[in-house]
Design a protein around this ligand. Sequence first.
Ligand code: ADP
Length: 502
Amino acid sequence: MNQVINPKLTCYSIFENLKQAVLVVYNREVLYINPFGSELFGRRKGIENHCNISDLIAAENLSFFKEGVEQTFETSIQINDETKYIEITSSPTEWETIKPTLFLVKDLSSIKFKEEDLKKKTYEAQNADMLKSSFLANMSHEIRTPLNAIIGFSQLLSSESVDEELKQRYYTMIDNNSNQLLNLIDDIIDLSKMESGLLSINKIRTNLNELIEEISINFDEVLNQSKKNKAITFIIKKPLLKQDIFIYTDRQRVIQIVSNLLSNALKFTVKGKIILGYRILDKFNLEFYVKDTGIGIQKEKLSNIFSRFYQLNQMRDTRSKGAGLGLTITKNLVDLLGGELNVKSEFGNGSTFLFKLPFKEDELGLPIKSLKKNTPTFLDWSQKTILLAEDKESNALFLKEALRKTKINIIFAENGKEVMNVLNKKTEIDLILMDIQMPEMDGYETYQAMKKENIDIPVIAQTAYAMTDERQKILSMGFNSYISKPIQVNILIEMMAQFIDK
Ligand code: ADP
């Protein structure tokens, strides 16, 4: 079929449907603009041809539409508060008797945004990969260093030529390194719980003065053991109030936050002062601060100091010992408690870490009582008996030795079945210390069996599963208390005393 094609009309229809803006401009007058152009430049309805180009294009973008010049370039322009990435091709042309300029404008925004998004994602992925590798390398170093000391000094201890004094020093080294390793593992667990949103917060009514006193007793001890104890003065500053202040918060987590900040202050301060203080900011906020006269932090590092793993890149600084997780965890904890952590520091002139916690003015409370330390000083439990359910020989031996000073009698059981055998013999038992993971019959099953038989002896559960929310499960089942491994002897004895010294 023969069709008569009118080239002028065909070109016109191509322009009208083109997904690029077409403008023909002569002496600033828009002789033609296609519908895509009207749309792109922010006029929804087709705009009148023959308008002035300045009615169409914002003044700051007019220079891109230079007549009589042949060129192609990419740029970004603002149209109705939106950034558009465009490519403009201008070519002088002839139209009847005049020589206007034809502008072709391609909207590259969606391609550009995709490109940028891709670049950003690639950068993030590369960065995460790099951080992960350096994190792993670092962790391996951080884990191996204390382990090395623990294994090394344990081997040295077995040598016959070691005298008592040296032995004590080796024990101290083993103890310090074990604690360092345990802290690191706790940090890693905390961080992974935070990242998977599993870290639970247990808010209770907390007496602030008692809390600060407890932290300061612990920190005084740390400071006494540190070589810097003579060069650093530890100061507590609190508001002069007749009443105690109570806040509704997670006590243990606040202790963890302040302790992290204090231990950093100690790590990065050679001499001078470390001040722990708090003040009432307003009706709704309390502010805690840890101020030191240490090395301070460079300005350019300040904004990154709380970001995840950032510290790892620079932690090989000789003064610093740590995995670079402390502040990340601290910030996350403050966030979880509904607060805000900030830092002020001047390089060479000390640092102040401040955090706010929510508080209500009516949380001012009762007259100040002095903190009673609960640790029993002298114990004689020679008339008492515990049943220790533990399948690991090393753990059983450790508990036997650790409890020796209390003179308590211990009956051992290796699994739940043995526990039930002992209990069925009606032996007089004051307390059961029950491992959760045991062969044949685990701690949960044993506890249920006891309840079925109406055996009402207090049970403290012990477990090494810090990752799961086992604590919740243990307490909801009705166990009297819970202690996690590795067991700290003082805490265990304090806990046992609650049931034995009734
Ligand atoms: P770590 O101390 O284990 O390296 P942190 O997350 O606790 O990890 O701290 C990260 C970094 O922040 C430290 O390595 C150190 O460079 C800096 N920093 C933290 N606290 C202080 C402080 N009080 N004074 C100076 N620098 C500090």
